[in-house]
Design a protein around this ligand. Structure first.
Ligand SMILES: CC(C)(COP(=O)(O)OP(=O)(O)OC[C@H]1O[C@@H](n2cnc3c(N)ncnc32)[C@H](O)[C@@H]1OP(=O)(O)O)[C@@H](O)C(=O)NCCC(=O)NCCS
Length: 171
């Protein structure tokens, strides 16, 4: 059977990537906070989120999905975000969340891959994070990306006295 011509053979531009990434802007705050509140029983405050936007070592990356709105205009939907610190040669993931209706589309995986790629280019060799022992979805996500468990911090989350699983990934 003949293979249909691919984008290069046909001279067409390659299809756009499913998500685009950029640093969070202040006008994204409401959208980021809506995802944060839907994602966590104890969400960060808007103040804390804004403080992360100004630290030199901290980055909030948002993932957006561009779709056609009424009249064909491009509309940018905020589908997820990741907050990470880059300190010396280490990437530390503090927070990652995907809008409820966008879950299981690869948003969080893509955000974490993008964060790792940016950190690697900046000289990072190791990624670290903590995750609640009960957060099965996040644990599955991190394992899927190759993170491995290296320890447990007992009662790390003071709100519920829950343990944190410490995970690392060589970049
Ligand atoms: C955890 C979370 C960020 C995952 O986001 P997502 O965009 O839906 O994840 P992805 O679609 O990129 O999933 C990538 C992989 O992670 C794993 N995964 C993600 N969600 C899962 C779930 N609910 N159950 C089991 N595995 C899951 C799977 O291996 C998945 O690959 P697959 O879909 O091909 O099977 C999302 O559920 C969320 O926002 N939760 C609330 C906030 C949170 O707990 N954040 C993490 C702690 S900081």
């Amino acid at each position: 059977m003949r293979r249909p011509p691919d984008a290069v053979e046909s001279g067409l531009p390659p299809p756009p990537p499913p998500f685009t990434f950029r640093r969070m802007r202040i006008e994204d705050l409401d959208g980021v906070m809506a995802i944060e509140k839907d994602g966590f029983a104890h969400p960060w405050s808007a103040d804390l989120m804004q403080r992360e936007m100004v630290h030199d070592w901290s980055t909030i990356l948002v993932a957006t999905d561009v779709r056609r709105g009424p009249g064909g205009a491009a509309v940018e939907d905020l589908v997820g975000f990741v907050v990470y610190w880059l300190v010396h040669d280490e990437l530390h993931v503090l927070n990652v969340a995907t809008a409820v209706k966008e879950r299981r589309r690869g948003v969080a995986r893509a955000l974490l891959v993008e964060a790792a790629s940016r950190a690697r280019k900046a000289g990072a060799v190791l990624a670290t994070l903590e995750v609640r022992r009960s957060n099965a979805a996040a644990l599955a996500l991190y394992r899927d990306l190759g993170y491995r468990q290296v320890g447990i911090r007992t009662n790390y989350y003071v709100d519920e006295g829950e343990d944190a699983i410490v995970m690392v990934l060589d970049l």
